[in-house]
Design a protein around this ligand. Structure first.
Ligand code: SAM
Length: 305
């Protein structure tokens, strides 16, 4: 019989045994499920629940507070795009800061850029770093690059202490705005990023799904337009294991040398990769340009701000 409204708030306890279903108040009424072969790790850090399981079709999966963060099969779509959309849009990026991204995947992608001399990362939860090194060697390989310095701490506090104009690029690879990443979606944090960037510097942030969070995106775009006087753009990629199968990014630049995000000045194609790193699986220059083309319902909200 159809559920009555009254009991609809009760989680359906008959989640299919042997499957992980991503049930969350952030995407009511829907839940992506993956078949679980084996749970490999379960822990609780000072900040969140951390779980790793072997799925049957997406490789190993990292879950934080019940939300899928990455799978071995499709993490390339997210890590490559959130990194190369900003770094291929400026000539010669040298100093790069990553906020979040404790799994190391963004570091792996930043390391492909030979012009980069310094890669700082500020991740709040050491358990994520340790778990990624243990279970996701092809992702945590990013930590092996000698240009990387890992800071364990809150990105909000870290950015407050960064001298003005330090970085060419900041990449905010955060979890969702419920939990430790909440402040990474708020205006003061964006202001601290703008201060930490040089003139014409760029920022790329995880910016949710146009299918699920148009309201969050609207607020982020409004804040970015007030803060980043260069340009404010939204781009997107497809990630099968993210809710709604896609996720977007804010790509902004500070006042100064113009940045045209839609035409990469510093192209990186699969044959450019260093001998050590594996070829790009997802990103290419055509997809870079296409990523900024939006469906009309999203364009109306994002371009009008
Ligand atoms: N890179 C992943 C992927 O491929 O989709 C997704 C995100 S990554 C796992 C998100 C990281 O942000 C987590 O490791 C989480 O601990 C970290 N994080 C959350 N809040 C933070 C904060 N305030 N400061 C620094 N890191 C934070």
């Amino acid at each position: 019989a159809m559920e009555t409204e009254a009991n609809s708030s009760v989680y359906i306890s008959s989640v299919i045994p042997g499957w992980f279903s991503e049930i969350s108040p952030m995407w009511p009424g829907e839940a992506h499920s993956l078949k679980v072969e084996k749970i490999l790790f379960q822990g609780k850090s000072d900040y969140q629940n951390v779980m790793v399981f072997q799925s049957s079709t997406y490789g190993k999966v990292l879950v934080l507070d019940g939300v899928i963060q990455l799978t071995e099969r499709d993490e390339c779509a997210y890590q490559e795009m959130i990194t190369h959309l900003p770094l291929c849009s400026i000539a010669n990026p040298k100093k790069v800061l990553v906020i979040g991204g404790g799994d190391g995947g963004v570091l792996r992608e930043v390391a492909r850029h030979s012009s980069v001399e310094q890669i700082d990362i500020c991740e709040i939860d050491k358990m994520v770093v340790d778990v990624s090194k243990k279970f996701f060697p092809d992702v945590s390989v990013g930590y092996e690059d000698p240009r990387v310095t890992l800071h364990i701490g809150d990105g909000v506090a870290f950015l407050k202490a960064v001298p003005e104009g330090t970085y060419d690029a900041v990449i905010v690879d955060s979890s969702d705005p419920i939990g430790p990443a909440q402040e990474l979606f708020e205006k003061p944090f964006f202001e601290s990023i703008a201060k930490a960037l040089r003139p014409g510097g760029v920022v790329s942030t995880q910016a949710e799904s146009i299918w699920l969070h148009m309201n969050i995106i609207e607020d982020i775009v409004a804040n970015c337009r007030q803060i980043f006087k260069g340009s404010v753009n939204y781009a997107w990629t497809t990630v099968p294991t993210y809710p709604s199968g896609m996720i977007g990014f804010m790509l902004c630049s500070t006042e100064g040398p113009t940045v045209d995000f839609k035409h990469p000045v510093n192209p990186l194609d699969s044959n450019d990769s260093h001998s050590k790193s594996k070829p790009l699986k997802f990103y290419n220059s055509e997809l870079h340009t296409a990523a900024f083309c939006l469906p009309s319902f999203a364009k109306k909200v994002i371009d009008s701000k």
